[in-house]
Design a protein around this ligand. Structure first.
Ligand SMILES: [Zn+2]
Length: 403
């Protein structure tokens, strides 16, 4: 089984290397923005096939312009702008795919200094004990001894909260995993709990975001009170970025532990296929949902089940997992999102709402799909079941909109 895996380490660069890396990030950003601008211009002024271009053509063009217009680009590795243009290809592909199948993926955006500080390098990359050798940048110290398996494909260097990291992407041939002989499990991600399993196990929701929200507000206020472009503002921005980063680490840690446990110990994991975008637009629930990170949960399960030999199954999108009684199958007409206790009118079952949903998921025994991304079953949406269906298609729903 061929898998791709990324190893992420913190770099320990000296000042010269810091500057050089910042230049690389700047060039990558420049190439991306230049490419995007060119593509927009082309689309507006040309006709027919001339309207479109790709990263290979654009990289050639950029190389031609380098000598006369952008001589400073010679200071950085050629891989950085090249990879940025490839990313632009990807962004356009995603955008077009979104147009085709109706998922709203926005038009590629221009990158901003301070927000997009990263670049990717290919070519000869070597990792020796506590050092990584990158094209043009040379040997940079790492903060820990790397343990890398597989063939190195590329390395992405990025700055987060004023620290530099490298993410090393490798290709790795693993023996196929032996299928896990465990029970089937249904998992419902809740709002009061992080997750509830169909066997009744509850995972506390640490709500890292909620508990740090006050501090976050305080720090953002501090940023906005500082004078624009001042040193103090810069420092405040870094303090804020550090808090954001810590929050995201806590969140990732909790999720990783849960998904690893699920994938290692169960033969089949059944989860809901939520209209996350629709739910996020609901302001009150939005924060809680982005907080627990449905997307990330599903993404992790998708690859971990492959690694460990278990199976991920998505219930059909409009399967009434919350409204159905897990004992007798009676389906309620209405169930408010704020009702925490499920009460069945038909058989009198009283059960926690999320546990009921988890039990429904596992009991249903869904058709297994190859990549677990396809929707199965013949459930049609009823009026009002999927909030996103009522929205106009021109609003771009994104995870940021709720936070
Ligand atoms: Zn019932």
């Amino acid at each position: 089984m061929l898998i791709y895996r990324a190893y992420r380490y913190e770099l320990d660069p000296n000042n010269r290397q810091r500057t050089h890396m910042a230049k690389h990030a700047g060039c990558a950003r420049f190439a991306y923005n230049w490419g995007l601008e060119e593509r927009i211009r082309r689309y507006q002024t040309k006709t027919g096939k001339e309207r479109f271009t790709n990263s290979i053509e654009q990289h050639r063009e950029l190389n031609r312009l380098k000598l006369s217009k952008f001589p400073w680009m010679y200071e950085v590795s050629k891989y950085a702008p090249q990879a940025a243009l490839q990313d632009l290809d990807k962004a356009f592909q995603n955008f077009r795919r979104g147009l085709r199948n109706g998922t709203r993926i926005g038009f590629p955006k221009f990158k901003r200094k301070g927000r997009n500080e990263s670049f990717r390098l290919g070519g000869p990359i070597r990792v020796t004990d506590k050092r990584i050798q990158l094209p043009r940048l040379g040997k940079i110290r790492l903060k820990e001894v790397p343990k890398i398996l597989g063939r190195i494909l590329n390395a992405t260097v990025s700055r987060k909260a004023d620290r530099w990291f490298v993410s090393i992407c490798v290709e790795l041939n693993l023996p196929d995993p032996t299928p896990v002989h465990g029970p089937k499990v249904g998992v419902d991600l809740g709002i009061n709990f992080l997750a509830i399993l169909s066997d009744g196990t509850e995972y506390e929701n640490h709500r890292v975001f909620a508990s740090k929200l006050r501090k976050l507000r305080k720090l953002s206020r501090q940023v906005s009170r500082k004078r624009n472009r001042s040193q103090n503002r810069r420092k405040a921005v870094i303090r804020l970025a550090k808090l954001h980063w810590r929050i995201s680490n806590c969140r990732k840690d909790v999720l990783h532990k849960l998904t690893t446990y699920l994938a290692k110990n169960h033969s089949q994991i059944v989860i809901e296929n939520l209209c996350v975008k629709g739910l996020i637009r609901n302001k009150t629930l939005g924060r809680a949902i982005t907080d627990v990170g449905f997307f990330e949960f599903r993404r992790q399960l998708e690859y971990k089940t492959k690694w460990y030999g278990s199976k991920l199954v998505l219930a059909p999108r409009f399967f009434p997992s919350s409204k159905r009684c897990s004992r007798c199958g009676h389906i309620k007409n209405k169930l408010s999102l704020f009702t925490r206790e499920f009460q069945c009118e038909s058989c009198g079952l009283e059960i926690n709402r999320d546990l009921n949903a988890a039990k429904n998921l596992v009991a249903a025994g869904w058709v297994e799909t190859e990549n677990a991304c396809l929707e199965v079953g013949g459930y049609r949406p009823l009026e009002g079941q999927c909030p996103s269906m009522k929205q106009e298609p021109n609003t771009t729903g994104s995870l940021e909109s709720a936070g």
